[in-house]
Design a binder for this molecule. Structure first.
Ligand SMILES: [Zn+2]
Length: 137
């Protein structure tokens, strides 16, 4: 399960919308499937059908996360013209078996939607996304 504060989800949607018509990507950090910090990342190869998290930025964020005691909970990216389902490329480039891959679809740009998956050895399994509005963050 991927647990997200509704403000975090809005932050992700805003980032994805801002990158439109290219894909946006970012890192979700926290603990036990619970997202505490959203790190919007630079798509190093901006394209409407591809993303590559900027390697230097990722290195810097991973270090920041370690210092904050956060784990990698997930990786998000947007699909600008296709459903929120992993593409063949997404599956072949899923290097983090422990991460949840959150995919935002902007097919209906005014109404973004997101779904999450685990991708392990080429096998896709949908993961429940739970949105909450508790104050703790
Ligand atoms: Zn994708």
């Amino acid at each position: 399960m991927l647990i997200l504060h509704k403000d975090s989800l809005q932050e992700i949607y805003a980032h994805c919308d801002g990158a439109y018509p290219n894909e946006a990507c970012g890192i979700l950090a926290g603990r036990d499937g619970r997202v505490e910090t959203v790190y919007p990342m630079t798509n190093a190869e901006p394209s409407p059908s591809f993303y590559l998290i900027d390697a230097q930025e990722q290195f810097r964020v991973m270090k920041q996360m370690r210092q904050a005691g956060e784990d990698l909970v997930g990786i998000y990216h947007s699909h600008t013209g296709s459903p929120a389902y992993p593409s063949a490329t997404d599956v072949s480039l899923a290097y983090y078996p422990e991460a949840h891959y959150l995919i935002v679809t902007l097919m209906d740009r005014a109404h973004p939607a997101a779904r999450a998956y685990s991708i392990v050895d080429g096998a896709i399994a949908e993961v429940e996304v739970r949105i909450h509005s508790e104050e703790y963050r």
